[in-house]
Design a protein around this ligand. Structure first.
Ligand SMILES: C[S@@+](CC[C@H](N)C(=O)[O-])C[C@H]1O[C@@H](n2cnc3c(N)ncnc32)[C@H](O)[C@@H]1O
Length: 421
């Protein structure tokens, strides 16, 4: 089970694979308990990777062996269990040492792994630095975009695991009560320690779906209404399609990935909702014109690191640049699909301005027939501090502060609403 956690981390770090995908493959033969333990260990290690690496590098004077990269992962996984989980120290040390012994390149470092992890256990939690837990280039980018203090606070907030956010089809207050959750000002239900999602009341009958509180906002900014024709251009797995369809919109859900569209269809079926589903490249999709177009563009997803700690380590600066090019193409096409007088919402779950604010500026410069329709404080329950000077939504993981970190924060999201003349 721990080998699966170590292999999954290496797949993220060496090959840029998403953690969930790597774990699905590596834990196929494990039972449910071991699978969730492997997931917990891998996610905890990645969430605090920056701090764990700094601690371990400080303990190995001669540096970690270049040829045996796995030794560092074995140390990280061992230290994460010792310092951040309830796993007994001796079990964490013993399994990392055993795993080192199984790999010819690391076998010679069994003694090192043993000595370092015993020291970690002896010296305890106070020696773990407080971040930064994401790569330097990423944290530097947030400092530049949001100021030094806020950038550092964002980095810190992203190192906490998020609670579970749900969007109810109807009667959010009633479902919040049934589920023992808290109703946020924007109508999202927030739960902590929720356990198995599929076992919660209301899941089977499709009364709600899992969706971060910030992710629930872009679709609502379109003010979907019965009979409105809406193109959801990057739709899968369908969280926003569900919102638009539940409001009575006639939704065309477009996505390039057939595999992900299968999940969208399953999700809509569970919720008893429907949409026209089209497998196509949004940058060249022909259809419409539509009353409204939603572009929830593919992005670096740096705003979701609380939920997907692998994102911090699987993305490179060049990925942001490549995604920005794709976003510009999809946005240009999406603008053409809006009928005169219609509305366009562009959103990303990224903290990088190149994927949000800069995209909208470029579109407005190229298309004088579009103008921003600013979001007003209080609209959809959105507080003023989540809205930037241009009237766009800019949520940050530092928003919704709370003494309990599991109750605090939002995914980092950007959304702009534009109206065609
Ligand atoms: C951020 S996710 C969308 C999440 C979705 N809106 C939701 O709320 O559940 C971005 C989606 O864009 C899709 N995608 C990436 N490139 C695309 C393209 N050129 N055309 C259409 N879809 C694309 C991906 O397959 C992915 O499903």
């Amino acid at each position: 089970m721990r080998r699966a956690a170590v292999d999954a981390i290496d797949a993220v770090l060496d090959k840029g694979r998403p953690l969930e995908e790597a774990l699905d493959r590596l834990t196929r033969d494990l039972d449910e308990r071991d699978r969730s333990l492997a997931r917990m260990i891998a996610a905890t290690s990645l969430r605090r990777l920056g701090s764990l690496r700094a601690l371990l590098r400080g303990m190995v004077e001669r540096g970690l062996p270049e040829k045996a990269r796995r030794v560092e992962t074995l140390l990280v996984v061992g230290a994460a269990q010792i310092l951040l989980t309830e796993v007994p120290d001796h079990a964490a040390v013993a399994t990392s040492v055993a795993l080192a012994g199984e790999d010819p390149a690391s076998a010679g470092f069994k003694g090192l792994v043993n000595a370092v992890l015993r020291r970690v256990a002896r010296e305890g939690k106070d020696t773990l630095p407080e971040g930064p837990d994401q790569p330097g280039w990423m944290v530097e980018g947030w400092r530049e975009a949001y100021g030094p203090q806020e950038g550092a606070a964002i980095s810190k907030a992203l190192a906490h695991e998020a609670g579970l956010d749900l969007t109810a089809r109807a009667d959010a207050a009633g479902w919040a009560q049934t589920l023992g959750g808290r109703l946020l000002p924007t109508g999202t239900i927030r739960l902590v320690d929720a356990g198995n999602v599929t076992a919660l009341p209301g899941f089977a009958e499709g009364a709600w779906w899992v969706q971060d509180a910030a992710a629930a906002l872009p679709a609502r900014l379109l003010h979907p209404a019965p009979g409105m024709t809406i193109a959801d251009l990057c739709a899968a797995p369908g969280g926003k399609t569900a919102q638009l369809a539940a409001a009575g919109g006639e939704v065309t859900a477009v996505d390039r990935s057939g595999q992900r569209l299968k999940r969208l269809k399953q999700n809509l079926d569970r919720l008893g909702l429907s949409a026209a589903i089209v497998e196509a490249d949004a940058a060249s999709f022909a259809g419409g014109p539509f009353d409204a177009v939603l572009i929830d563009a593919p992005c670096s997803a740096t705003g979701t690191i609380r939920r997907h700690p692998d994102v911090a380590w699987s993305k490179r600066p060049e990925d942001v640049a490549a995604l920005a090019g794709l976003q510009a193409r999809i946005l240009a096409r999406g603008a053409e699909l809006v009928r005169p007088g219609g509305v366009l919402v562009y959103s990303t779950c990224s903290l990088e301005p190149e994927e949000g604010e800069r995209q909208v500026e470029a579109l407005l410069a190229a298309r004088p027939d579009f103008r921003r329709e600013p979001i007003g404080p209080g609209e959809c329950g959105i507080p003023a501090e989540w809205i930037n000077a241009a009237g766009e939504l800019r949520t940050l993981p530092t928003h919704l502060p709370d003494a309990d970190p599991r109750q605090a924060g939002l995914d980092g999201f950007f959304a702009a609403r534009l109206r065609r003349a």
